[in-house]
Design a protein around this ligand. Structure first.
Ligand code: HEM
Length: 403
């Protein structure tokens, strides 16, 4: 693996953060840390992470003006991922409508046809970059393409904005001046692009979530144009970055664990369990933040209103107090009986990922099709390079041989 030059943080080597997480959990469940000169607590173990994520005393605290964290999404008005009730529930409720089991199941044939077309073309050459040749175009077709009704030919634009904004989600003191400038530029360009798209949909509604949101706005006062704009950017970034990385990280985990890959081929009914296990074992989102909204207690620690914590969900998902053989990829772990606790790959509580069902259908179509079509799938590289990000864990490319 290639190590990247990220300044020291709580992770020594972001190409493999897991030894750092093991060390942190051994040190304690709640560890003091300085983040950008702000004293915070790192929450390293499963039970304490789950307590914070599901606790009513915890939230983001921006609207109450008590957050010690800089709000990276303040400029994006509909971005409810960093909001507290009641604003959070209002916006989430509207977006949730797009993710009913029925609407999501209607997206399965589209995911399958996009994957079929991409894998068919790759079979002719015998080679595929699973990241850029499959996961990225699939996410473009499903999120800006299907949900927002944008032209998929603008895929390179979406990918570049999404990467720049995702890179900019790490704390600012870990970013270069150019990262910060690129993030700002990408956010402005994306907002400008979606502003135009919204005007087009207002004139000519189509069958997508964006047109539905515009209809909600026009029917009353529940949603402002600024909020619709923010929702577009939120869905673009929250949806693309993560679902691409689930396919990349998950496929790499299978290729590096050939017995598990063989087991999945032999027992395709394990697919749903395998996807959960990939989210536990090597999660696309490594941590989140929370702020104590009132004085409260977690474990043996007293927190004051306004105290910030970094919830290391990817560390919690490897906690051996909760998961047997936590460091091993075991695709049967979640099959049928649910012996293990839920992983924290999609978080827990109020902010539990809205797009989880969509992420699952994308991943399932990609893995099932590759396994069916390419019986001799092998990794075509010795080294894998990771994005220079701590919050998002994703590889830059994943070349494989299909035959
Ligand atoms: C494997 C893919 C995905 C992963 C690992 C993932 C992960 C997460 C996590 C960890 C959170 C919660 C953050 C927190 O608690 O602070 C979250 C929230 C969210 N995700 Fe996902 N996500 C994925 C796919 C998607 C997709 C496909 C979409 C939409 C197209 C999406 C939209 C959202 C939104 C809107 C939120 C905010 C929810 C809220 O604050 O109530 N995600 N996601």
């Amino acid at each position: 693996m290639t190590a990247l030059s990220v300044p020291a943080f709580w992770v020594e080597d972001n190409s493999d953060p897991y030894p750092s997480y093991d060390r942190l959990r051994a040190e304690g469940a709640l560890l003091p840390h300085l983040l950008d000169d702000v004293p915070v607590t790192l929450v390293t173990r499963y039970d304490e992470c789950a307590a914070v994520l599901t606790g009513a005393d915890w939230g983001h605290g921006y609207s109450a003006g008590i957050s010690p964290f800089r709000d990276t999404v303040a400029a994006i008005p509909g971005s409810f991922v960093r909001m507290d009730p009641p604003e959070h529930g209002r916006l989430r409720g509207l977006v949730n409508k797009a993710f009913t089991p029925r609407t999501v199941s209607e997206m399965v044939p589209l995911a399958q046809s996009v994957v079929d077309e991409l894998v068919d073309a790759a079979m002719e050459t015998g080679e595929l970059d699973v990241l850029n040749g499959l996961a990225v175009p699939l996410a473009v077709a499903m999120i800006p393409g299907r949900l927002l009704g944008a032209p998929v030919s603008d895929g390179p634009l979406f990918r570049s904005w999404q990467l720049a904004i995702a890179r900019g989600s790490d704390p600012d003191h870990l970013l270069s001046a150019s990262d910060i400038e690129t993030r700002g530029l990408a956010a402005r360009e994306a907002l400008g692009y979606f502003h135009q798209l919204i005007e087009q949909k207002r004139a000519n509604p189509t069958d997508d979530l964006l047109s539905e949101l515009i209809a909600v706005e026009e029917s009353g006062d529940q949603l402002s144009s600024q909020e619709i704009l923010g929702l577009c950017v939120l869905l673009l970034v929250a949806g693309m970055e993560t679902s691409i990385n689930l396919i990349g990280n998950g496929m790499l985990a299978l290729l590096r664990n050939p017995a598990q890959l063989a087991l999945l081929r032999a027992r395709p009914e394990l697919m749903a369990s395998a996807i959960d296990e990939m989210l536990r074992y090597d999660a696309p989102t490594q941590f989140t933040i929370r702020v104590a909204l009132t004085d409260t207690v977690v474990g043996d620690r007293q927190f004051r209103r306004g105290d910030g914590v970094v919830v290391l969900t990817a560390s919690a998902s490897r906690d051996d107090l909760v998961f047997d053989n936590a460091a091993e990829l075991d695709i049967t772990r979640y099959y049928g009986k649910h012996p293990a606790r839920r992983h924290l790959g999609f978080s827990l509580g109020l902010h539990y990922c809205v797009g989880a069902p969509l992420a699952r259908i994308e991943a399932e179509a990609a893995f099932r099709t590759l396994l069916d079509r390419a019986p001799d799938l092998t990794l075509a590289t010795e080294t894998v390079e990771y994005q220079p990000s701590l919050i998002h864990r994703g590889i830059l490319s994943l070349p494989v041989r299909l035959s």
